[in-house]
Ligand binder design. Structure first.
Ligand SMILES: *Cc1c(COP(=O)(O)O)cnc(C)c1O
Length: 460
């Protein structure tokens, strides 16, 4: 048999281990019922392979841990703040930094400052916390992503792109003055981790400049987007990921960032801006909600770990292995005939629950059901990204009914091995084989905000 050459292997070895607990099917049945069929309500100790999220769940390196010991915990002017500021300017290229405890802290500040009641905020598909803050500030989110983003079988390479015709039509309708900024996420989580092309960002910049509208990047997974540009877009194959990242940011006016994803830390985030006036207001406001402007709710050691994480995030071997692992799982499931969002995204494999459980109506919560079944099968924890996550329309109170009804298998960075990946694939396939017997759910408790976190369900 010919040996197959590996495209990637983990560019690290393991120095410290954390034991995993395996459970029996009756134990999982009980845990799932106690959790109201919501994987967010499971105890982590009852989970074998945790693919709930890649948020804050990645493994830090020895260099980052060493940095934790160099935390300067002064209340004001911590040296780690200056290191973080320097690293942000070097890798992302924005002028001003406001640290926040995590991404939504930055979204809160930005939305409060820029959005006035009645404003419209266009975006390439919504993200849960981002849209919640835009609405809380009195704005209305309008989706301007390309149509193919809503089709899980469409193989186009940049399904996160902004549809510039939709944006132009929106500007004509509401007027540029009522659009404080365009909210662009790279990659697009809710579309399945799909990237945006550099060409699209350039064209977006040209259009928004003409109308005097800002572009604010959700840079949470921008490194992963840069990797896809390197793989898929003409002219970028030989450019370093770090260079692509900086170019990508150069077409925008600022960013919100959850450091818990690309930046390989367990907590942290920031708001970065190029405009002095907006920065000044954010620096004032952060004191009210997060902490002084040189720590923003973080310990000095957290800022140090994030600054060091920034350097590691753009290393080619790291990002290759990170996305390679996700691709490995995606391609295996695809080969087994399991319906997933194509192409495989950067941080997660998304199971298409509508095609996986076609006998369930959307109000029987197929993705919520599938996530529960996966846990029952193998102790693998995933997350619903469908009608539960989409929530209700703030004005009419009706369910948002998204076209995509997905279950996200999200891979923490540098945490699980290829054998864990194989177990995950096997668990999904077991459920797939008995899918016709799976019954749906009904919602028995619904919280007011971001209901997917705490909602409870019962089996129909
Ligand atoms: C996680 C995430 C956020 C919110 O960040 P938190 O750190 O969880 O508050 C915003 N946007 C995207 C794309 C994310 O993935």
């Amino acid at each position: 048999m010919a040996l197959q050459k590996r495209a990637w292997a983990e560019p690290f070895k393991i120095k410290m281990v954390e034991p995993l607990r395996m459970t029996t099917p009756p134990q999982r049945q009980q845990a799932m019922e106690e959790a109201g069929f919501n994987t967010f309500l499971l105890k982590s100790d009852d989970v074998y392979i945790d693919l709930l999220t890649d948020s804050g769940t990645s493994a830090m390196s020895d260099v980052q841990w060493a940095g934790m010991m160099l935390g300067d915990e002064a209340y004001a002017g911590s040296r780690n703040y200056y290191h973080l500021e320097e690293a942000m300017q070097r890798f992302y290229g924005y002028r001003y930094l406001v640290p926040t405890h995590q991404g939504r802290g930055a979204e809160h500040l930005l939305s409060s400052i820029l959005i006035k009641p009645g404003d419209t905020v266009p975006g390439n598909m919504y993200f849960t916390t981002t849209r919640a803050h835009q609405e809380r500030a009195g704005g209305t989110f309008v989706d301007i992503i390309v149509d193919e983003a809503h089709d899980p079988t469409d193989e186009r390479p940049f399904k996160g792109n902004v549809d510039l015709n939709k944006l132009e039509a929106l500007i004509a309708k509401v007027g540029a003055k009522r659009i404080p900024y365009v909210s662009v996420a790279v990659t697009v989580n809710m579309a399945g981790g799909q990237p945006v092309s550099m060409q699209n960002l350039k064209e977006l910049r040209a259009l928004t400049r003409k109308h005097g509208i800002r572009v604010i990047l959700d840079a949470t997974r921008a490194v992963e987007n840069a990797w896809f540009i390197k793989q898929r877009e003409k002219g970028y194959a030989d450019k370093p990921v770090a260079e692509i990242l900086k170019e990508l940011c150069s077409y925008t006016d600022g960013c919100t960032m959850s450091g818990k994803k690309d930046l390989l830390v367990n907590i942290g985030g920031f708001l970065a801006l190029n405009e002095w006036d907006v920065f000044e207001e954010a620096r004032n406001l952060v004191v009210l909600f997060e902490g002084l402007h040189t720590y923003g709710g973080l310990a000095g050691r957290d800022m140090e770990a994030m600054a060091r994480g920034m350097e590691e995030a753009v290393q080619e071997a790291h990002i290759h292995a990170r996305i390679g692992q996700v691709e490995y799982v995606g391609e295996k499931l695809h080969a087994l005939g399991v319906p997933i969002v194509r192409p495989v995204g950067g941080h997660a494999v998304f199971l298409d629950a509508k095609r996986f459980l076609p006998h369930l109506g959307q109000l029987e919560f197929p993705a919520q059901t599938l996530a529960a079944e996966l846990y029952l099968e193998g102790g693998v924890r995933a997350m619903e990204r469908g009608i539960v996550s989409a929530g209700r329309d703030a004005k009419t109170g009706q369910h948002h009914v998204p076209k995509l009804e997905l279950v996200r298998l999200t891979f923490p960075r540098r945490v699980y091995t290829q054998a864990h990946c194989d177990v995950t694939v096997e668990s999904v396939y077991e459920v797939f084989q008995r899918r016709k017997a799976v019954r749906g759910l009904k919602m028995t408790y619904e919280p007011k905000y971001l209901r997917f976190f705490q909602a409870r369900f019962e089996r129909l």
